[in-house]
Design a protein around this ligand. Structure first.
Ligand code: GDP
Length: 466
């Protein structure tokens, strides 16, 4: 008899455990943005604030309602993906330095224990767990998405036309001349092909680093991950071609080889990444360095805007979206976050949010319609400045104060007001915008601070911890 009741008890405990496990939630959060947009700093701060009992996240419902119990990093699920080096990144920030940036796919798993407050979960259990798998990947790879529904011919001609436009043209003249004098129907020499690919890569890097341009394909040429100098990334646009020229090119020609490389890249690199990872993501945050683009000038901002809009198109999983035909994406919430808002005085934070919102607005309206929620915010994962007021000729100026990276000096700076929309060329300020960079700043208690990270966290996971 005793045996029977013991068995029954065990069974009951097992059943309860199963029910509880069934009620635990799981979310795959993807973090992306072009290099230097702040992914590493964001993830480090996100984890730091969710694993510290004394974090200040007043807008995060778990903290607001005193339901947060603890957050802890646990072993990652996917062992084939590199781990995000949280310990080292946090260490660097706490020493007042920025950690090294992301240049590959990284992952990490965070468990959050909390008190459920509603529904079945609250009824059956006192403590629930939300498991968050964070995936961090270079935004340069996301930009390759547009290639999936573009033929080699269309891609080639569009990219080559771009090379001839300013501000690219100022850097690409020699390369264009070389390409224009070359016979692309001749038999391919793979060393020469690689040489051209390297020259093209160097140009893309100039466009990215000096001009802050964002339409840079193929993304793995500049952000290779594990494909450093792999032949599959060795292709580039050549002077405009037509269908006939392409069809009549011999199989062993440069032209045919470029086309094959392009198709292989799409299939083996772009599609594989999307079906292996992207298709499983639930939430996506895209960090945008709008201040960097403003700093580089109007062309850079226009290109940012074009890229944001073209990205959004791919998140619209209507029936006719080619992505939905390739696999079934699950992302139901996207957040575009204009980062580094602490480089502005507090009265101008809302202007940066408005600018970002204006840049993605049209596409956003349509997306909400399709059932994917899109939000825009201005935030700062790690504060690098503090607000100070300076009196000048009787006037009070709202300035920022921090240690400048350029001069290595402590600096009080009066940042310009960013425009709330893309200004027409004639209204663009003559001297442009200038937003200096600062080292991370710890507060008096030696802790990291943020701006609106709590709003970001609430948007991304708040509905998963009810
Ligand atoms: P990643 O390449 O996307 O991983 O970007 P990082 O996280 O490495 O950030 C690139 C640079 O942007 C850093 O070295 C900092 O200079 C700056 N940065 C990143 N996040 C912040 C932030 O929250 N506030 C400020 N002020 N600067 C930031």
């Amino acid at each position: 008899v005793i045996n029977q009741s013991e068995k029954l008890q065990k069974l009951r405990a097992k059943a309860q455990k199963l029910v509880k496990r069934g009620l635990d939630q799981h979310v795959k959060l993807a973090v992306t943005g072009l290099s230097k947009s702040g992914k590493t700093a964001f993830i480090t701060s996100f984890i730091h604030h969710l694993t510290q009992p004394k974090s200040k996240l007043p807008f995060f419902s778990l903290q607001q309602q005193e339901r947060f119990i603890a957050g802890k990093l646990v072993g990652q699920d996917d062992l084939s993906v590199a781990s995000f080096d949280y310990g080292n990144a946090l260490n660097q920030l706490q020493l007042g330095k920025w950690p090294a940036s992301t240049n590959r796919l990284n992952t990490l798993r965070l468990n959050i224990k909390y008190k459920p407050n509603s529904g079945l979960r609250a009824h059956l259990t006192d403590v629930s767990t939300l498991t968050i798998d964070i995936f961090d990947y270079p935004g340069e790879w996301l930009l390759d998405l547009t290639m999936l529904d573009e033929s080699f011919l269309a891609w080639n001609n569009r990219q080559f036309a771009l090379l001839k436009e300013q501000p690219r043209a100022a850097h690409s003249e020699t390369f264009i001349n070389k390409l224009s004098q070359f016979d692309w129907a001749q038999e391919v020499d793979f060393d020469q092909l690689k040489q051209f690919a390297h020259e093209y890569r160097d140009l893309l890097l100039i466009f990215k680093n000096q001009c802050q341009l964002t339409q840079l394909q193929p993304g793995r040429l500049i952000m290779p991950g594990e494909l450093e100098d792999a032949p599959i990334t060795h292709f580039f646009p050549i002077p405009e071609i037509d269908e006939q020229t392409l069809l009549s090119a011999p199989e062993n020609s440069y032209l045919a080889t470029l086309k094959t490389r392009y198709e292989q890249y799409k299939k083996d690199v772009v599609k594989t990444f999307y079906s292996n990872f992207f298709g499983g993501f639930d939430r996506q945050i895209i960090l945008v360095d709008l201040l960097g683009a403003l700093d580089k000038g109007r062309d850079a901002l226009v290109e940012q805007s074009d890229v944001l809009k073209s990205l959004l198109k791919h998140f619209d999983y209507g029936k006719n979206n080619f992505l939905s035909r390739l696999f079934s994406p699950k992302i139901d919430k996207i957040l575009f976050a204009a980062n580094k808002v602490d480089h502005l005085s507090v009265e101008h934070h809302k202007d940066l949010a408005l600018l970002l919102n204006n840049l993605v607005l049209d596409a956003q309206n349509e997306l909400n319609y399709q059932g994917v929620m899109v939000e825009t915010m201005a935030m700062s994962s790690v504060k690098a400045t503090k607000q100070v007021q300076v009196k000048e000729s009787g006037e009070i100026l709202n300035c920022i104060y921090g240690k400048s990276i350029e001069s290595e000096q402590l600096l009080t700076y009066l940042p310009a007001q960013p425009p709330m929309r893309l200004l027409p060329p004639e209204q663009w300020p003559k001297n442009g915008f200038n937003f200096p960079s600062f080292y991370p700043m710890l507060n008096a208690q030696h802790q990291l601070e943020h701006v609106r990270l709590d709003h970001v966290i609430e948007y991304l996971i708040g509905d998963k911890v009810l």
